[in-house]
Design a protein around this ligand. Sequence first.
Ligand SMILES: [Fe+2]
Length: 355
Amino acid sequence: MIRINKDSVTLSFQDQSFDLPFLWLRDNCQCDECRITETEEKQFLLHTVPSDISPDSVREAENNIYISWPDGHESIIPINKILESGRSRYPEHKEWDDDFVPPKHDWNKFLNDKGAAIKGLEDFVQYGVIILSNAPKESNSLELLSKRFGPIHETLFERIHNVSVTGHVYNVAHTSKGLPPHNDFASYKYQPSVQALHMLENECEGGESVIVDGWKLVDDLRNDHPNYFDILCNFNIPFREFDEENETYTEAPLIQCDNNGKVESFRFSNQLMQMINPNKQGLKSFYDAYHEVSKRVHEDKYRSVFRLNGGEVLIVASLRVLHARESFIPNGKRHLQDAYYVYDNAANNIVLLSN
Ligand SMILES: [Fe+2]
């Protein structure tokens, strides 16, 4: 059912109702003149009609809205297209159970079978983490994941990073010490949003993998201490990672939200955090909030602990899920490689593969 108001059209369809402003209606015309038919891109330019444009007539027929405009243009908008615009594009995020362990998927199936890839990527978006099993134990196999996660997001240091106690040491990860929860390269303004950790060999005693649901943790913090949450959204922290030949540095808040206030990113790295200028305003309050969030990063309720074996790849949505490693005894071989990808590419591959 259609009703014309002063500056909009009300559409009632099945059990849904939409208020469609006149400018919206004109802007979203789907006719062949307003779209580039080959690419489905918009061609119509909004500024070419008056801002107070008003239709001569509007009618609904065959699940389309037809609009006649004073300049003679005839618009068509399929109602299905309107319904579609309100549906969420990606699977909803899910919380972890108390005994959560990352969903496991088979490396070969994930790479070669469309249905298995969709299932794996859906789990990845929902839980922020998956493990691929039966992966090759050869170096640089992470290149192959580009088929599902898009191009490797390169950073300084190495395209594919090697983590072992025998290589180049520029980070606590290259020692046998425990590695507290963090996401990598907090020292970049645009941190890598996906990280794959590929265990090639793990013959050492200890060194269990730990992951932390950072979004759950900061959502709880927002409920319990809204003032701490606000401080962590607004207070910039310096982070730096470097060696003799590489330098990365940024200042950014620990929590970033989208326009609806939903947490989009939790940046945390004890090891990369730098000294804050003691004259910076709000330092004392920041430290109260930082103490609380640091405590929660180490609480059992937000973490899952498991052993990552040779031939397994742990993949985290790293703006949500922190990773860590318990200390180990270097009494055998332990070699991990990691690489980064872009979260948007992973999520959009679900849409592409489902089409
Ligand atoms: Fe790391």
